[in-house]
Design a protein around this ligand. Structure first.
Ligand SMILES: *[C@@H]1O[C@H](CO)[C@@H](O)[C@H](O)[C@H]1NC(C)=O
Ligand SMILES: *[C@@H]1O[C@H](CO)[C@@H](O)[C@H](O)[C@H]1NC(C)=O
Ligand SMILES: *[C@@H]1O[C@H](CO)[C@@H](O)[C@H](O)[C@H]1NC(C)=O
Ligand SMILES: *[C@@H]1O[C@H](CO)[C@@H](O)[C@H](O)[C@H]1NC(C)=O
Ligand SMILES: *[C@@H]1O[C@H](CO)[C@@H](O)[C@H](O)[C@H]1NC(C)=O
Length: 489
């Protein structure tokens, strides 16, 4: 008290000086007091940092010895100031936001760590982080979009408390270990985008709590196991882009009440599309594209009133296409089957939320000017290639705002190119093999790929070739595109 009283009798600059010193002291003291993260946690994290060889965006700048590691970027502490999770993610729009290096085994010093989230760091390499086997309470492993390689270790099945295992987007090889059946608490298993081979272990049927199973984008083969009657909590099943063969297994029918995403595209599946899919009340997305499905699309699809994304393209499906009762489809692809739709279906035309419509080679014979979609504003992609569509696309394109791609080659369109409204967002325009005439609008210079096709008069083709040489990005394959202009004559 004496000190303070005498302070007030001093001249103001001294008071300010003393107060500043006092504040600095308190601030410093506070920092020292807060730097209480456990020494094991600090040294484990610093070992992780020294395993990082490149950090161009300074993601780990706050990781400094002697400061409170609980306050470091990506570090979370609970349970008496012990580190419980490590979460590092790059900014996807910043090419300099990545980490190179490996995951230090010293992370096992973090005795209370139960979650490791290394997301989109792009250049973290090395093998599966074995340190997690020393931490029996580990619950969450998200190592997505990095460059980890080697096999998924067989003892992974010993992580019986694990809730999520996501190794999506790495370079893991070998097969999925059958011991995975031991991870009975798993709710999410995501191994997509790796180089995994072999068949899907039958033991996955024991993972009764799974809501999310994603194995897409690997080299897995054999039949899809018929084990879904025990996976009744599944909401997402992603098996696209593998080498699966055989039919859609009947037990998938037991997922009717909850499954929202069923993605089986780009495999070698065959047989008919099962009737029971029409009972999938919660289905948001169905992708059966690029397989060898044959026969008709079941009439029961008329009951899929809430489906948003439907892709049946590149199969051997035949007429009649069922009458759908969907309120608002967002994306539809029926291209390259054996359909003769004659018109763009009404349930497509009436959708107010559609952004992608692909009906290439679907036997459509209408006049494009007669198509009056309820909404054109949201359209990103329209592919009507290889039909017998007449009239002009000018009116349709005039009504789009954010179109990115328009493909309508091999139709009977007839129009003047100069009337075409080219929105700034447009990157792909393919009008080859129609009756296109007129001058190329200057806006075309911004396109990444233009294919205006066989029937353009020679001067325009020349003008295009000039554009191409001046601005190399217009056509990636000038030969291919130019061929049209000259052959057509
Ligand atoms: C990615 O990591 C590898 C291996 O650590 C390294 O050689 C390479 O330079 C890194 N790439 C970049 C862009 O830093
Ligand atoms: C799993 O753990 C048990 C007991 O801790 C051990 O005996 C077994 O070898 C482990 N399995 C693998 C594949 O490491
Ligand atoms: C699944 O989750 C429930 C609680 O949601 C839990 O009691 C059970 O142990 C979990 N594991 C299995 C294999 O059912
Ligand atoms: C649609 O569902 C109703 C009621 O569940 C059912 O009676 C009808 O047969 C179904 N329609 C088709 C085409 O499967
Ligand atoms: C394009 O739309 C504008 C109004 O938004 C209209 O004035 C013009 O006539 C339209 N052009 C064509 C070819 O439809």
């Amino acid at each position: 008290m004496k000190l303070f009283r005498s302070l007030f009798h001093s001249s103001p600059p001294i008071i300010i000086l003393l107060l500043t010193i006092f504040t600095l002291f308190v601030f410093h003291f506070h920092n020292v007091a807060a730097a209480t993260c456990h020494p094991d946690d600090e040294s484990g994290l610093l070992a992780f940092k020294s395993g990082i060889t490149s950090d161009p965006s300074n993601m780990l700048a706050s990781w400094k010895r002697g400061t409170d590691c609980c306050a470091w970027e990506g570090v979370t502490c609970l349970t008496g100031k012990r580190v419980t999770s490590l979460y590092l993610s790059s900014q996807t729009d910043n090419p300099n936001s990545f980490l190179s290096g490996t995951i230090s085994p010293s992370l096992s010093k973090l005795r209370f760590l139960d979650g490791l989230y290394l997301l989109n760091l792009r250049n973290i390499s090395g093998t599966f982080p074995d340190f997690v086997f020393n931490l029996p309470n580990f619950q969450y492993i998200y190592i997505e979009n990095n460059k980890l390689s080697g096999p998924i270790p067989a003892r992974i099945g010993n992580l019986t408390r694990l809730d999520v295992l996501s190794l999506a987007g790495n370079r893991f090889t070998g097969s999925i270990p059958s011991s995975i059946s031991g991870m009975t608490q798993l709710t999410q298993l995501k191994l997509g985008g790796n180089l995994l081979q072999g068949s899907v272990p039958d033991g996955i049927r024991k993972l009764r709590n799974l809501t999310y199973l994603s194995l897409e984008g690997n080299q897995l083969g054999g039949p899809i196991p018929d084990f879904f009657s025990s996976l009744t909590n599944l909401r997402t099943l992603e098996l696209s882009r593998n080498k699966f063969s055989g039919k859609i297994p009947p037990s998938i029918s037991t997922l009717a009440s909850k499954l929202a995403y069923l993605e089986l595209g780009h495999n070698s599946l065959s047989g008919r599309i099962p009737d029971f899919l029409g009972k999938f009340k919660a289905l948001d997305t169905l992708d059966l594209s690029s397989n060898r499905f044959s026969g008709t699309v079941p009439r029961s699809f008329g009951n899929l009133t809430k489906i948003f994304n439907l892709d049946l393209s590149n199969n051997l499906l035949v007429d009649p296409f069922p009458e759908m009762n969907v309120k608002g489809i967002e994306s539809l692809d029926l291209s390259n089957n054996r359909f003769h739709l004659k018109e763009i279906p009404k349930w497509v035309t009436s959708s107010t939320i559609i952004f992608s419509l692909k009906l290439a080679r679907c036997g459509i014979k209408m006049k494009l000017d007669d198509w009056k979609p309820a909404e054109t504003y949201f359209y990103d992609y329209i592919d009507l290639s290889g039909n017998e569509i007449q009239g002009s696309p000018v009116g349709l394109l005039n009504r789009t705002e954010y179109l990115v791609g328009f493909w309508a080659s091999e139709n009977k369109l007839r129009f003047d190119l100069k009337d075409l409204k080219i929105v700034k967002t447009l990157k792909y325009l393919d009008l080859a093999k129609n009756s296109v005439f007129g001058k190329v609008p200057s806006a075309v210079a911004g396109l990444e790929k233009l294919n205006a096709g066989t029937c353009i008069a020679e001067p325009i083709a020349l003008e295009m070739s000039k554009l191409k040489t001046d601005k190399g990005y217009i056509a990636r394959n000038p030969q291919e595109d130019l061929a049209c202009g000259f052959q057509g004559k």
